[in-house]
Design a protein around this ligand. Structure first.
Ligand code: SAM
Length: 340
């Protein structure tokens, strides 16, 4: 069975809406050491079926699948979860994926709990950047939101990541009762640490079970709140063709200060979507907001060839919808299983 090792063996992946796919988000585990109330609250645990280890893709399987994607023009890989740092051997996995020919950038989304220890080895293994979730700067609130979290550890993780030379962004899910009064403080803190703050509009996952529109803060409100404190913001040009979903804004009076907003609900960016998502068990999803998926694990474990993988990937890309329909029909999948 021939392996595809060359950077680009055929036409790149382009979907039915002329969107070029260059970015794959890979969940490496469905387990998480936190239980964030808007994502995976303790009470949702009964409805969540965590996968047995045998169902999760091995490093060899992941490396092979990523190689096939690289052959199709994917250049950026984001490792996510669950919590990616709880996957045993995560540093080795980063090293292996970073070495796949054609992969130009490997980055990670993490809750930061283990980052103080892992930042330097991850950087040495080839990781370029981390996005760290920090919803509040109040330690008691942080504990309430995450149920098991430790704010001091996460902030130490951010500092360690900056010191290790990783590019760092923070992620806060914008929810009135958690950080409505901390929009400016979260930005100031991230800027002070050498990170770029970002806010994510709350999205209805899990069939909408833990979503209330009224709790969310919109992108427009976030910008207004920030402008009242720091003066006008101007939109940035997207940086690079593999840019993620955030739109960035610069503080006019202090151009080194930027803020990102992921406005999936009120100012959606589906027209620019350049990514696919792979779950820890090898299900390939074309969209965060729809449940349909193709099992790449089945192909890999039944002796399928790389060409079989290419066909499955092609048909997933061909079926990629115009956009999410969060407002009408939230997906029943859980954020912890797909990784954001
Ligand atoms: N455990 C890692 C973390 O905390 O960053 C990676 C996985 S987590 C699912 C990825 C991102 O999704 C986090 O920034 C988290 O805050 C965000 N998130 C989780 N549930 C969300 C929801 N319903 N709407 C918007 N963002 C959500």
């Amino acid at each position: 069975m021939a392996r595809l090792h060359l950077p680009l063996l055929r036409d790149p992946l382009v979907d039915g809406f002329a969107r070029r796919i260059r970015y794959l988000r890979v969940s490496v585990t469905d387990r998480c050491n936190y239980r964030c109330s808007y994502c995976m609250p303790e009470e949702l645990e009964d409805r969540m079926q965590f996968q047995p280890r045998s169902a999760v893709l091995t490093f060899e399987e992941l490396e092979r699948i990523v190689s096939v994607f690289a052959g199709l023009g994917v250049r950026k890989i984001r490792l996510t979860g669950g919590e990616p740092t709880v996957r045993q051997g995560i540093v080795e996995l980063v090293r292996r994926i970073a070495a796949v020919p054609g992969i130009e950038q490997i980055v990670m989304t993490t809750n930061g709990h283990l980052l103080a220890e892992l930042a330097a080895p991850l950087r040495a293994a080839g990781l370029a950047a981390v996005n760290v979730s920090v919803d509040t700067l109040d330690a008691a609130r942080f504990r309430t939101i995450t149920s098991r979290g430790d704010l001091a550890r996460v902030l130490a993780g951010i500092d360690a990541a900056v010191a290790a030379g990783l590019s760092v962004k923070t992620n806060a899910v914008a929810l009135a009762e958690y950080n409505g009064d901390e929009i400016v403080a979260l930005c100031e803190d991230a800027w002070r640490r050498g990170a770029v703050p970002r806010f994510i509009e709350h999205m209805p996952m899990s069939g909408g079970a833990i979503y209330e529109q009224a709790r969310g803060i919109t992108a427009a409100t976030i910008r207004r709140t920030l402008e009242a404190a720091v003066g006008p913001l101007v939109p940035d040009e997207p940086i690079g063709r593999d840019a993620g979903p955030a739109r960035y804004w610069t503080v006019v009076a202090q151009p080194a200060r930027r803020v990102g907003i992921i406005s999936a609900m009120t100012e959606h960016f589906c027209d620019d979507c350049n990514r696919l998502r792979l779950t820890a068990t090898g299900d390939l999803h074309a969209c965060l907001g729809h449940d349909d998926a193709t099992s790449l694990r089945q192909i890999v474990r039944s002796g399928g060839s790389d060409e079989d993988l290419v066909h499955a990937i092609d048909s997933t890309v061909t079926g990629k919808r115009a956009g999410h329909v969060f407002a009408e029909k939230p997906p029943s999948k859980h954020m912890i299983g797909i990784g954001g």
